[in-house]
Design a protein. Structure first.
Length: 168
């Protein structure tokens, strides 16, 4: 369900919670069940690490509520955590993103051996190979004798294609 379909208003949100944009923490203004007024909301969605907050029977992602709290509008797309730390809902760490932009800001895959996304060792040529994926299509960035050259090629492509949404 989309956030705006729940009918949560900014007034109701601010009536129930206080949001600190510097720390990204939400605190309750009223006691709800076992949660006392003044307590920090700490529920984390199992398996994904995002903060979850229940208001009036609906469960929301904390980062989406933070955006709504600060801007007065629900995000049109997704909210990207710039530092990729899912519970870090400091407003300076959040930005609106399309699904594609959000996917661009990701960490290394578990099987990465070069330490840099999109850079691999080519056994056949004994060189470092750089590539990038754009709109689900791989773009070859060349084979390089030195890791630093392959990394530079990858970084230049990230800057060109991804802009501010390039990986940290």
């Amino acid at each position: 369900m989309r956030d705006f379909e729940t009918g949560l208003t900014l007034e109701r949100l601010k009536e129930r919670l206080h949001y600190d944009p510097d720390t990204g923490l939400f605190t309750r203004k009223q006691s709800v069940g076992a949660s006392k007024a003044g307590s920090v909301v700490t529920y984390t969605f199992p398996g994904c690490g995002y903060i979850g907050i229940r208001i009036d029977g609906f469960l929301y992602y904390g980062h989406r509520l933070a955006w709504f709290y600060m801007t007065g509008r629900w995000p049109e797309g997704e909210i990207d955590h710039k530092d990729r730390v899912r519970p870090n809902n400091a407003f300076s760490n959040l930005r609106e993103a399309t699904p594609q932009q959000n996917r661009q800001n990701h960490g290394l895959q578990r099987n990465n051996t070069s330490g840099v996304s999109g850079v691999t060792w080519c056994k056949r040529t004994k060189k470092w190979q750089a590539s990038i994926v754009l709109k689900r299509k791989p773009i070859f960035l060349g084979r390089h004798p030195y890791l630093s050259d392959a990394v530079a090629a990858r970084r230049a492509a990230e800057h060109q294609y991804f802009g501010e949404y390039r990986p940290c």
